[in-house]
Design a protein around this ligand. Structure first.
Ligand code: SF4
Length: 350
């Protein structure tokens, strides 16, 4: 049987995508390995997020905190604010925890083995395999959505995901080479992202077009099959947006546990089917005509927005007023930023 991994690596040598955290194949073959800190950060950021969205955040984090020691010593609030807009905020908290564990338990040097990486906070099996392979050239198999799609097509596997995950992983493992496993892991991802794309795979220019069973069978575009998802539920909430006469906004840091944990937000109700009003102080609250809508992984959120102006001597029961020099809307997670965008026109202080 021809060597599939060699064919793919030959393609990667010419077509590797340029990434801020990546060492190009020619340099890698000359013995240059990437900075494990940069690779680890890219993998945490890329969980649930596209390469296009991650590039600028990755550059920014590396500029502000160039080493794991710098990040471990950072203020939590600064890191959360720098992460704002990237979503899935538990990742930012885990990023900090992991940086501190690498410094405290490993002297600031990332471990190179899968098991030791897996033991670190915020690193699951996928990320441990990706960092071990990409940063340290360990022959670990990295299986993300791209790789699952490519394997389902290469072997024409019609069993639906997520049930077929183990079978697809086994195929991916069997193909992982001992030579250049880091480049190989990145090559399969690049193939899935640029050639073997979800809707219209470019089979004509694919390095695996000859052995690909789905291309021969004409089934590529319908793979991988997926078990239909349940309908996404909708939750409702009420947020209270107050602005003081000096321009300060009433904000609070959300509890560590739970969605948007540790991020800035507006005081408000719980999110559910029928939220109860819980204003942070007694006032005449006026509802906005528009509501803020945001979709999280497992539900849609619709936030009713109540607004009011507040005097300088207002004493809220929760949250604190942040003056314009202490608050930038860019520090808000996207759902809360949508509230700001709707409310600030009504509450202009100028
Ligand atoms: S030949 Fe087509 S379907 Fe098969 S791996 Fe390549 S791009 Fe994907």
């Amino acid at each position: 049987m021809r060597d599939l991994s060699s064919d793919l690596l030959a393609w990667y040598d010419v077509h590797a995508r340029d990434m801020p955290w990546r060492v190009p194949p020619a340099q890698r073959q000359a013995g240059v390995l990437p900075d494990p800190y940069a690779v680890w950060m890219s993998e945490i950021m890329l969980q649930q997020t596209t390469v296009a969205a991650v590039r600028d955040y990755h550059r920014k984090f590396l500029r502000i905190w160039p080493t794991v020691h710098d990040l471990a010593a950072a203020d939590d609030a600064d890191v959360m604010a720098a992460w704002a807009g990237l979503g899935y905020y538990a990742r930012a908290r885990n990023l900090l925890k992991c940086a501190r564990a690498v410094v405290a338990d490993h002297g600031g040097v990332f471990p190179d083995a899968y098991a030791a990486l897996l033991a670190l906070p915020g690193i699951g099996p996928y990320t441990a395999a990706a960092v071990a392979a990409i940063a340290f050239d360990r022959p670990e198999t990295v299986v993300d959505g791209n790789v699952e799609r490519v394997m389902a097509r290469l072997y024409d596997i019609h069993a639906p995901l997520p049930g077929s995950k183990a079978a697809l992983t086994a195929q991916a493992k069997a193909l992982t080479p001992q030579d250049r496993p880091g480049d190989y892991a990145q090559a399969v991802m690049d193939l899935g992202a640029t050639i073997c794309t979800p809707r219209s795979p470019a089979c004509g220019i694919c390095p695996w077009r000859d052995p690909c069973a789905a291309r021969v069978a004409g089934t590529a575009a319908e793979l991988p099959k997926k078990t239909p998802k349940k309908k996404t539920p909708t939750r409702f909430g009420i947020v209270y947006v107050a602005r003081r006469t000096d321009g300060a906004w009433l904000l609070e840091t959300r509890p560590e546990k739970g969605l948007l944990g540790g991020m800035l937000g507006w005081p408000g109700s719980e999110w559910g089917d029928d939220p109860e009003a819980a204003p942070p102080f007694a006032a005449e609250w006026t509802p906005l005509d528009a509501e803020a809508r945001h979709t999280f992984t497992h539900f849609h959120l619709r936030l009713k927005i109540m607004t009011t102006h507040a005097d300088l001597d207002t004493k809220p029961e929760r949250g604190q007023f942040l003056t314009p020099d202490a608050f930038s809307p860019a520090a808000l997670p996207t759902a809360m930023r949508k509230v700001f965008d709707l409310a600030h026109v009504t509450l202009r202080s100028d």
